[in-house]
Design a protein around this ligand. Structure first.
Ligand code: UDP
Length: 256
């Protein structure tokens, strides 16, 4: 998070030309996998994330089951080819941490009490990483849960803000993340703005901190609109069941 003399602003604009409060372009598609109960594919700048949801189904192994609610598991995984230097396959400290905090964020919205002794599994595969992958994964995961028809009290929208090149900015890019002063990823429930994930790396003054949180919340609200549009598109594609039409055939119409 230290800035070793790397210029993060050029002519008042960020390296990728964005304004301080501008998100990278985001695309979400729901229902992209046939075998999973729910799924979503998300592109956020150069980040590419695929999420699959299974369940609610019987909780196995049984000793993990809870007689009062479903158990929600979340696996964040970075593909070896997702980053510049090959990522060693398998879990590590970082992915374990991201999986834990993301599961806790989703537990706040999924109506787990409706499915005692069950399990809901969320798998996030980061296919290409370019900073902000925990927010991208969580944003896609909440769409995949909705695609699976799992009851939730709200979606979860996630986005980071932070400080780079002395400016408080929204949605840090790779260089801003690596060489900036601070990164604050958050996730909210867009309707009541409850913060369900909050992390901070680096240092900010009180004013900068407040500005960053407010920027990140605004970002989450924009992302919420993209999530809703993806779900709307998905469910518009599902054709309504064909209604039985009662037709009366007159005797005279029956061919002689
Ligand atoms: N990164 C990497 N190798 C790793 C982990 C991360 O190259 O093993 C890169 C990747 O582009 C990631 C960025 O560093 O998006 C920032 O990582 P961070 O831990 O801040 O998480 P993120 O911002 O992706 O949620």
């Amino acid at each position: 998070m230290k800035n070793p003399g790397i210029e993060l602003f050029k002519d008042g604009k960020r390296l990728d030309g964005r304004k301080v409060d501008e998100l990278r372009p985001i695309k979400i598609e729901a229902g992209v996998l046939e075998r999973a109960d729910g799924s979503a594919y998300l592109e956020w700048g150069a980040n590419k994330v695929l999420v699959a949801v299974y369940g609610p189904k019987e909780c196995l192994p049984r000793h993990l089951s809870d007689p009062y609610k479903a158990v929600l598991t979340y696996r964040y995984n970075m593909a070896p080819f997702s980053v510049d230097d090959r990522k060693r396959p398998g879990p590590d400290r970082r992915s374990t941490e991201i999986s834990k905090i993301s599961a806790e964020a989703l537990e706040k919205v999924v109506l787990l009490e409706q499915f005692p002794n069950s399990m809901i599994k969320v798998f996030c595969e980061v296919l290409q990483a370019d900073a902000g992958t925990r927010c991208a994964s969580l944003t896609a995961a909440s769409v995949a849960l909705a695609d699976a028809g799992i009851p939730m009290r709200d979606l979860v929208a996630s986005c980071a803000a932070g400080k780079a090149g002395g400016e408080v900015i929204l949605d840090l890019g790779k260089k801003e993340d690596n060489f900036g002063e601070a990164d604050v990823p958050i996730a909210i429930t867009p309707h009541d703005e409850e913060i369900v994930l909050f992390q901070m790396d680096g240092a900010l003054s009180k004013e900068e901190f407040q500005k960053a949180v407010s920027l990140a919340k605004q970002g989450c609200k924009t992302i919420h609109e993209i999530q809703k549009a993806a779900l709307k598109k998905r469910f518009e594609q599902v054709k309504p069941p064909i209604k039985a039409v009662k037709t009366e055939i007159k005797k005279s119409e029956v061919s002689k």
